[in-house]
Design a protein around this ligand. Structure first.
Ligand code: GRF
Length: 216
């Protein structure tokens, strides 16, 4: 079976990108990365892609005062790559409604909380302030409203006494590195369907939770 062509769009460190690179390095994984695009020149994730021999492209968002112009350049870069699925991985920009509509159900994102709780920035600080006992991470299809859209895979992660935003972020990140490749795998195998505001997996409108255990 042909592997699904994915493009990964980043702004920074690229540890989720690395998890996808590592999964795609296995020839039995049903997807392969055709391009990595960064809006930040010199983003550390670019070096990860180069080390893996993946084509990289920098579209410096500082050169585009108008959001729609940056989004048009990103759209052109993605189209040129032949990507069939776009994975946002630490991409720190809002995308215009037009762009999101064009790529509807072909663009996914990872967020470090159990959405719809705690969308937006400074997630782990807000989780600790709220005193919740569990947090986690979510891979979802992208919709125009920030960190919203049909949920594909989630992982729950415990909050521990004495956690700082940094210690919690590190624990959640381990789970992110498991669920992002898992979501891509499910999509690439054709097992994911968007039905209204939610996702069916293998035809089940209320799919079982995919359990991951980043901390045995
Ligand atoms: C991750 O926590 C991701 O959930 C969020 O931004 C962070 C990116 O980290 N959207 P990395 O660049 O993948 O290491």
């Amino acid at each position: 079976m042909a592997r699904l062509k994915i493009a990964v769009v980043i702004s920074g460190r690229g540890s989720n990108l690395q998890a996808l690179i590592d999964s795609c390095a296995d020839s039995s994984f049903p997807a392969g990365i055709v391009a990595v695009i960064s809006n930040v020149p010199g983003a550390p994730g670019l070096a990860r892609a180069e080390r893996a021999g993946i084509r990289t492209d920098v579209i410096d968002s500082r050169g585009f005062p108008r959001r729609a112009d940056f989004d048009a350049a990103l759209d052109a870069g993605l189209a040129a790559s032949g990507a069939e699925l776009v994975c946002l991985a630490g991409f720190m920009r809002l995308l215009s409604d037009g762009f999101v509509t064009k790529w509807r159900d072909k663009i996914i994102n990872i967020h470090p909380s159990l959405l719809p709780a705690f969308p937006g920035l400074n997630t782990h600080e807000r989780v600790l302030q709220a005193g919740v006992r569990f947090t986690g991470c979510t891979v979802h299809f992208v919709r125009p409203e920030v960190d919203s859209g049909p949920i594909i895979v989630q992982a729950a992660v415990p909050v521990r006494g004495g956690d700082t935003p940094e210690s919690l972020a590190a624990r959640v990140l381990k789970a992110e590195h498991i669920i992002y490749p898992e979501a891509v795998r499910l999509i690439a195998l054709g097992r994911v369907r968007v039905q209204g505001d939610s996702v069916a997996i293998d035809g089940a409108a209320a799919p079982d939770a995919v359990l991951v255990n980043p901390e045995p």
